[in-house]
Design a protein around this ligand. Structure first.
Ligand SMILES: O=C[C@H](O)COP(=O)(O)O
Length: 538
């Protein structure tokens, strides 16, 4: 069967009614608790799912969003600054209990929109039905876990610490205005891993919507409006260079919460006139390696590497983007890997058992082809059937072998369905790769030999922020810390860490005297009667 025949009908099938979504021409943005109507420029939003037209395959129009300008963006910023009011606003001074109640209302309203958001995720970013469903449900779980973690943190804050004749209560205070921006690959889940903890800690939020996955947030706009006090969450739509530049230049953003490339993150930080006053929580570049030694169980390695390299078509920062295989097992491994990749089903996001779907980034297929051409011209081959087949937004995964350090695929973060495989003789080679890389997020080591694994863990725990043994790389479970070294991250996210990242410890301290002990116990009881704690130090 030729490639063209294999995927001939990919975009020509009837789309079941149950997966259809309405065209959404959004004209509102959230400013100071109101859904303000926009009648200026708009940006049209297209799906990676194409439809046949007389001009050939064309991305389906899903709707449009406001394209606000710098003036409106600065109004949105001012609403955020005003709602924070130097930490004296309604939201930053609200009790923890009050903030939790607002967040619970938000979750309740969000869940009402579950079906529509899941469908929009499939249409807008091409994520499969199981993965879109998981993204939504994981986000709800994340918010609920965050609420529980905040209760724990608040209990901690109620206790006093005593040292050298001083007693102190260590409280967690908000930081100010948080600009939250994130990528298309987890437009809901990953953006909420900064937005939600920042919000619940009492900060006010400027939410810049992602380029793809923006309409999936439309059904949630009203939930933000209804659940939180005016000005607590405000939304921004438009070109980053036009609207984010003046916002950063104003110097009024206290925290930049950004998930994307280190180049953009550094550019944004530089715009701030007092960068020492800016906290940055960043999740950035990564080209995570897998290392398959001659002692690996190759079947486990293959199935985990397929998950790691090709889940959501490889469009994950945690994806395995370079596979090192020891020469003794390279032939057997690449054979098993390319057979397994050839068997993956390509299709539309809602189709049963489909693993490979159309890509939202318009230029991605041509970029991937460029990477393949570069590798092929330098002696590599595509090993699997249909590898690199491309039609409009669809690109079937390619296993490329043997890759070496002269090729783009060795260095660049492909963020797409291409698996470069590098043969190695001694373990020094993958270690050198990681030492010389500008990033350091995760590695996956495949070996059944405990001594070998043990020897490999030691260098890698100092080079990356997570070493996976006989499994793919990933961010979750969300209670685990998620960070990276070098250009991969700044700060740490996780259910627990994020609450700390988006707050600052603020002490209430006093000399230890009988009268102060009495005073402080009263303060703690007052705080606890408000809410949670039952433990006292005295
Ligand atoms: O794109 C980066 C995400 O943090 C990956 O998350 P994940 O490992 O849960 O797919």
């Amino acid at each position: 069967m030729s490639s063209a025949q294999a995927f001939d009908n990919l975009f020509k099938k009837e789309i079941p009614e149950v997966y259809q979504v309405p065209v959404i021409h959004q004209r509102e943005y959230l400013l100071n608790g109101e859904l303000v109507q926009w009648d200026g420029d708009v940006t049209e939003i297209y799906s990676p799912v194409c439809i046949p037209t007389e001009n050939g395959l064309e991305r389906k129009l899903l709707g449009s969003i406001p394209n606000i300008g710098p003036k409106e963006a600065l109004d949105v910023l001012e609403a955020c600054v005003k709602a924070y009011d130097n930490g004296l606003g309604e939201w930053p001074t609200m009790s923890v209990e009050g903030r939790i109640k607002c967040m619970q209302k938000f979750v309740y309203l969000m869940i009402q929109q579950r079906d529509l958001v899941i469908k929009l995720l499939m249409w807008e970013i091409g994520k499969t039905l199981p993965d879109s469903t998981k993204e939504f449900d994981r986000t709800v779980d994340y918010i609920n876990q965050t609420i529980d973690a905040l209760k724990d943190l608040d209990r901690e804050s109620s206790r006093f610490q005593q040292a050298e004749g001083t007693i102190a209560q260590i409280r967690r205070a908000p930081l100010g205005v948080v600009l939250s921006m994130g990528p298309f690959n987890y437009p809901l889940n990953e953006i909420f891993t900064t937005l939600i903890p920042a919000l619940i800690m009492g900060n006010t939020i400027l939410f810049k919507l992602p380029k793809h996955g923006v309409l999936a947030h439309y059904p949630l706009l009203n939930a933000f409006k209804e659940a939180f006090p005016k000005g607590t969450v405000n939304t921004l739509y438009g070109k980053g260079s036009e609207i984010i530049t003046p916002i950063m230049e104003s110097g009024k953003v206290n925290v930049l919460a950004f998930i994307g490339s280190s180049k953009v993150a550094n550019g944004l930080k530089k715009l701030h006139p007092k960068v020492n006053r800016l906290r940055a929580i960043l999740s950035l570049d990564a080209k995570n390696a897998a290392i398959v030694t001659k002692n690996a169980n190759l079947d486990i390695a293959v199935s985990e590497i397929i998950l790691g390299s090709l889940s959501f078509n490889g469009q994950r920062c945690t994806a395995l983007k370079l596979i090192f295989v020891q020469k003794e097992v390279a032939e057997e491994f690449t054979k098993k890997l390319s057979e397994a990749v050839s068997a993956l089903k390509g299709g539309l996001p809602w189709e049963k058992d489909v693993k490979i779907t159309p890509l939202p980034e318009v230029n991605k297929p041509s970029y991937l082809k460029e990477c393949l051409d570069d590798a092929l011209s330098k002696g590599a081959k595509v090993l699997n059937e249909n590898g690199g087949y491309n039609d409009a937004s669809f690109f079937f995964p390619a296993v490329v072998y043997p890759v070496n350090s002269d090729m783009k695929l060795y260095h660049e973060e492909q963020f797409g369905p291409v698996i470069p495989v590098v043969p190695f003789e001694t373990i020094d080679e993958p270690i050198d790769y990681q030492v010389n890389a500008d990033h350091g997020m995760q590695v996956s080591i495949f070996s059944e030999d405990a001594m070998e694994v043990s020897k490999l863990i030691d260098p890698f725990v100092n080079l990356v922020s997570r070493v996976n043994i006989n499994c793919q790389a990933q961010r979750g479970p969300d209670v685990f810390p998620f960070t990276g070294r070098k250009d991969s991250a700044e700060g740490t996210l996780s259910v627990f860490d994020a609450l700390r990242s988006f707050s600052i410890r603020s002490l209430v301290a006093a000399k230890v005297t009988d009268s102060n002990k009495e005073l402080l116990n009263t303060i703690v009881r007052d705080h606890d009667s408000n809410f949670l704690s039952t433990d006292y130090i005295f």
